[in-house]
Design a protein around this ligand. Structure first.
Ligand code: UDP
Length: 502
């Protein structure tokens, strides 16, 4: 589809990029940032969403609209009911039971015909490039059908993507009988040992062959890959990955650093469940680097017994370290019940030194505050990278997916984190078996080690500070990520010229 932008269209001289995120907060948040960045770098951007997701990110949409950046948000109708999902189930965090995860992933391809209809009917210029989330292989099919260049956006770390590629290429997992035996990943630039149970990909399970084949075909056909990481963080891994893939890889992160003012840091994903000013005032009352931030992303949930253990661990950490305070984000109370009751008693006990945010926290705003010195995280890649970008040391508690490998990167390779000690992945994103749970004493120990930790603690903080500086430089004018963004725009423009000449 050559660029036939109407010459009277306000953005006719700009390359038009369509961004197609996966409907999950951990995928949409970085892609919204990417949309803003590409628009600021000279593109006209269409961001594909659905009604429920658009309603959630409405404040973000308004913020971008107010900024005057050429980004338009287009809502396609999510075919939840056709796919056997409850009406309105348009985001992974709304899937009510594990057996509906596969129907959800399969239903995504039903968006393809709608995207084509939208493009055919739209008064906006035709697309020059489709940037699709790695789990939206259907969008690469649309791009191929329309003859539009397409780039894959990979949300996770290069470390995770490379490990997965090397394990698959060398067929390593087939040779490992014990799920919890440590073995090396062959071909990694830094030697790292992993366990089968922790690196097994959900899409490689029996029954997922079609989704998996489509994923690899989309990766193969993409003309390039955009990643939310930065060159200076993962240089050796990126070098091997480029060699393996034989195509252009553009690290453009940390995308979170695009949000420079308090409003954009506070308004990401869902609306905040806490008054931002109250939160900032609370943080202002604390000493620099004295607050531990505890949060497990948008999907992971703790059963009640695990909540109690976390609470016990945090409370005894307060006794071990007199300078310590904490913010704990708790989503498990949303449904009420015993967790809600227990939480109100707990809050009374820790008043003054602990703040509990029930629901959605303005995470980036918190992490950028000088009072925050540690982050207990589930190691979702966005959270991990947000901590690295703000120089905050981590207590790592992975749950599923890429998170155990991100923990390896943080603890063993970058040496800016302490493992809480979780070994067993959760069954589904929010289902934690009893044996996977972690005792309060381990929580206490990890908090104290991260927030104090003697000489080793100091060395961890120094390394985290250095990475923060490197992240900032990468995203500034002339930095590696900033230059890669310009290169993506050049790529899309070249396609326009090629079409004009044809
Ligand atoms: N997030 C947030 N507030 C919350 C929970 C999550 O702002 O209460 C943001 C967080 O900053 C990150 C994203 O949601 O940008 C979560 O992505 P991540 O990859 O860390 O984990 P996932 O939610 O995908 O497991």
């Amino acid at each position: 589809m050559p660029n036939q932008m109407p010459i009277n269209h306000p953005n006719h001289s700009k390359p038009h990029l369509i961004l197609v995120p996966l409907m999950a907060q951990g995928h949409m948040i970085p892609m919204v940032d990417l949309a803003g960045l590409l628009a600021a770098a000279g593109a006209f951007v269409t961001f594909i969403t659905t009604p429920v997701n658009a309603a959630r990110i409405r404040p973000v949409i308004h913020r971008i609209e107010r900024s005057g950046l050429p980004v338009q948000f287009v809502e396609l109708c999510f075919p939840a009911v056709e796919a056997g999902l409850p009406a309105g189930c348009e985001n992974i965090d709304l899937i009510p039971s594990p057996d509906l995860f596969k129907p959800f992933m399969e239903s995504l391809s039903l968006l393809g015909p709608q995207l084509k209809l939208h493009l055919a009917a739209s008064s906006a210029p035709p697309p020059d490039c489709i940037v699709f989330d790695s789990l939206n292989s259907w969008a690469s099919t649309v791009a191929k059908e329309l003859g539009v260049p397409h780039l894959m956006f990979y949300g996770p770390s290069c470390f995770y993507i490379l490990c997965s590629l090397l394990l698959k290429k060398n067929q390593v997992l087939k040779t490992i009988a014990d799920d919890f035996e440590l073995f090396p990943v062959p071909g990694l630039p830094e030697p790292v040992e992993v366990m089968k149970a922790q690196v097994f990909r959900w899409m490689d399970r029996p029954g997922w062959e079609k989704i998996s084949e489509e994923f690899y075909a989309a990766e193969e056909s993409a003309q390039g890959i955009i990643m939310n990481t930065f060159e200076e963080l993962e240089s050796s891994g990126l070098e091997v990955y480029r060699r393996e893939m034989g195509k252009t890889i553009w690290p453009v992160g940390p995308l979170s650093l695009y949000n420079k003012d308090v409003e954009s840091q506070a308004v990401r994903g869902n609306a905040s469940s806490v008054d931002t000013q109250l939160l900032v005032n609370w943080l202002e009352s604390k000493e620099p680097k004295s607050v531990m931030f505890v949060s497990f992303g948008s999907l992971a949930r703790n059963p009640f017994s695990q909540l109690v253990e976390i609470g016990r661990g945090l409370k005894s950490a307060l006794s071990s370290l007199s300078s310590l305070s904490f913010i704990w984000v708790v989503k498990e109370v949303e449904k009420g019940g015993e967790a809600k009751k227990w939480m109100s008693e707990f809050e009374a006990e820790i008043e003054g030194r602990g703040m509990v945010i029930q629901g959605w926290a303005p995470q980036e705003l918190i992490l950028t505050h000088v009072a925050v010195g540690g982050f207990m995280t589930h190691c979702g890649w966005n959270s991990t990278l947000e901590a690295l970008a703000t120089g905050v040391v981590m207590a790592t508690w992975p749950r599923f997916g890429d998170q155990f490998l991100n923990e390896k990167l943080v603890v063993d390779v970058l040496k800016v984190g302490v493992a809480v000690g979780a070994k067993i992945p959760t069954l589904f994103v929010n289902e934690m078996s009893e044996e996977a749970q972690v005792k309060g004493e381990k929580v206490r120990k990890a908090v104290v080690e991260v927030m104090d930790g003697g000489k080793e603690g100091e060395a961890r903080r120094r390394r985290a500070g250095e990475l923060k500086e490197k992240a900032r430089t990468a995203t500034e004018e002339g930095g590696s990520s900033s230059e890669n963004l310009k290169d993506i725009i050049r790529f899309a423009k070249q396609k326009i010229s090629a079409c004009d000449e044809a």
